[in-house]
Design a protein around this ligand. Structure first.
Ligand SMILES: NC(=O)C1=CN([C@@H]2O[C@H](COP(=O)(O)OP(=O)(O)OC[C@H]3O[C@@H](n4cnc5c(N)ncnc54)[C@H](O)[C@@H]3O)[C@@H](O)[C@H]2O)C=CC1
Ligand SMILES: O=C(O)C(=O)COP(=O)(O)O
Length: 527
């Protein structure tokens, strides 16, 4: 049998190459290539091991005709087009914990550097200026550390800040009161956090919801004198607005490890007052790099040589016998979880997964895992079908599984209901012909739709003329509707529309749909 071939395309601890070879893979280490060079080379490899410098785009994946698995030696996977990789059958794995302590420590180091202006004081001192009078710092003891994102790294940063005798407050939609107590933080909303924190530290993945979370409006509305630390992802902050706020003194200091464009060689923030930065060094310690290199090499070689799956972000772990039967159910379950997560607003406290008819006879674990992974994926880069139940439990989300073998309208059905602080919301789906997942009910309204690609969900008054108005509005913007699915509670009451679109909708078009007569709610969805 020929050996699987792996490419390591980013700088990685040499232990990775050693492990690949020991486990029976051929390995090449070729770093710093341009996308064109990588595209020309990737076709010969079965595995690709990366950090954040390699971006795995559709073009790269199209050229990767033999690729079976991508391993991210680290956490953030916003540099990999995971939906496209899934479509190509390429498993994407990361190493969710190997660098979290190191990254939390970097955030704390940056906080201290900001509090005492260490980089500027160092530069002035070594330039022979003895600038003692120029640098008056602030103590951190007794100050408030505001976490945006209290997952793995955020909660480690919280423990370090508590050790420094700081008060820690956190904004995280998935943080339950119990978990907040466990990690010693006070759960607050984002506006409160920005009013109360002396230091704000960001620890969320970059998603559609977190992009620009520190927008100009939020920065300008924050408490004057706030200091900001970002060791998560560049796109979380409006960099131009941050520059203005540093120049006006409204923000007293900012320390960034990550930038909207990396490598950042010419960023508008460079030279701004009280601004310090590092070149994406959050994970760069010997310890973390050995951890992630060993883990990624073990995970990738295990998959390539034995078919073992660990920390996959787009694949469940299943036995060979169960796999074919469960596969369509997993897709249905993940789609329903994702739908309910995208539509339910407010703090999720409980979720119930009901299996009826044929679905009630199946192994419920992978189905529950798939629902929870679908639900939480937009909050975390590290969630997968295997770790989703554990993460849900850790966050105090109450999960119940209900089996009903009564006869219903469908011979097989999965219903997902979530309880939020704004009430219960449920969606249900079935398999057509035992293989094609279909949504059949949304918040108590019967509808039939495939959950796929970009979609537009609209709740409106069931009055004549509405369908024409929405169709014309989308048509005027040159947006093609793939499928058009309708449902209603009763004639003349509340109706829902679920449209599949060929592309994601611009927020301005969503706002235009919201303004149409009779519209109660509009939401762009992505699967
Ligand atoms: N600078 C660096 O070198 C490194 C950066 N990172 C970045 O740190 C991020 C966080 O890593 P982990 O803590 O391990 O991930 P995690 O998945 O354990 O935690 C992320 C947390 O963010 C929360 N979150 C999601 N959306 C949110 C929103 N809209 N508002 C507030 N909170 C929200 C989630 O509920 C979750 O608790 C990674 O996604 C990665 O982008 C990770 C490692 C190194
Ligand atoms: O693990 C992550 O998410 C990181 O951002 C670390 O990035 P790096 O591997 O140092 O390029």
């Amino acid at each position: 049998m020929t050996k699987p071939k792996v490419l390591i395309s980013d700088k990685m601890d040499p232990n990775a190459a050693r492990i690949f070879e020991e486990r029976g893979c051929e390995v090449d280490v070729i770093t710093g290539e341009t996308p064109e060079e990588l595209k020309a080379r990737i076709g010969e490899y079965h595995g690709l091991a990366i950090r954040s410098s390699t971006t795995v785009t559709r073009e790269i994946l199209d050229a990767a005709t033999n690729l079976k698995v991508i391993g991210r030696a680290g956490i953030g996977v916003d540099n990999v087009d995971i939906p496209y990789a899934s479509g190509k059958g390429v498993v994407v794995m990361n190493t969710p914990f190997g660098n979290s302590i190191t990254t939390a420590e970097h955030a704390i180091a940056l906080m201290m550097a900001l509090a005492r202006q260490i980089p500027a004081a160092n530069t002035g001192t070594q330039a022979g200026q003895w600038p003692k009078k120029d640098f008056m710092g602030v103590e951190v003891t007794g100050k408030t550390f505001g976490l945006i994102g209290a997952g793995n790294i955020g909660s480690i940063a919280a423990s370090r800040a508590i050790g420094l005798r700081m008060k820690v407050i956190a904004y995280d939609p998935f943080l339950t009161e119990d978990r907040a107590i466990e990690i010693g933080v006070e759960k607050v909303d984002l506006d409160t956090l920005l009013q109360r924190a002396d230091f704000v530290s960001l620890h969320t993945p970059l998603t559609d919801e977190t992009r620009n979370i520190l927008s100009r409006e939020r920065l300008e509305g924050a408490r004057p004198g706030i200091r900001i630390i970002n060791c998560a992802r560049g796109g979380l902050i409006d960099e131009a607005a941050l520059k203005d706020c540093l120049e006006s003194g409204h923000v007293a200091g900012a320390a960034l490890d990550v930038f909207a464009q990396e490598p950042a060689k010419d960023n508008p923030l460079f030279g701004a007052p009280n601004f310090i930065c590092t070149p994406h060094l959050g994970a760069s310690t010997t310890e973390a790099q050995v951890n992630v290199a060993l883990q990624v090499a073990e995970q990738l070689s295990d998959y390539l040589v034995n078919g073992g799956v660990t920390n996959a972000l787009n694949m469940p772990s299943l036995s060979a016998e169960e796999a074919p039967k469960l596969k369509p159910y997993m897709a249905l379950a993940e789609g329903l979880g994702s739908l309910v997560g995208q539509l339910a607003h407010g703090n999720l406290t409980k979720i119930s997964i009901e299996r009826e008819g044929a679905a009630s006879e199946l192994n419920g674990k992978p189905i529950t895992g798939a629902v929870l992974a679908g639900l939480m994926r937009r909050y975390s880069d590290t969630v997968n079908m295997v770790n989703a139940p554990f993460l849900a439990k850790e966050r105090g989300l109450e999960v119940s599984e209900i089996r009903q073998n009564r006869d219903g309208a469908f011979n097989t059905l999965i219903r997902v209901s979530v309880e939020t602080d704004q009430g219960t919301r449920s969606v249900a789906g079935t398999l057509f012909g035992n293989e094609a997942p279909r949504l059949v009910e949304i918040f108590g309204i019967g509808i039939e739709a495939e959950l796929k690609g970009h979609m537009l969900y609209i709740v409106n008054d069931d009055k004549p003329g509405f369908i024409g108005r929405i169709g014309t509005m989308l048509g005027n913007h040159g947006i093609n509707i793939g499928t058009f699915n309708l449902g209603r509670r009763d004639a003349g009451g509340e109706a829902v529309l679920l449209l599949s679109l060929d592309e994601a909708l611009d927020p301005a078009i969503v706002a235009e749909a919201e303004a149409l007569e009779g519209v109660k709610m509009v939401k762009g969805l992505a699967f």
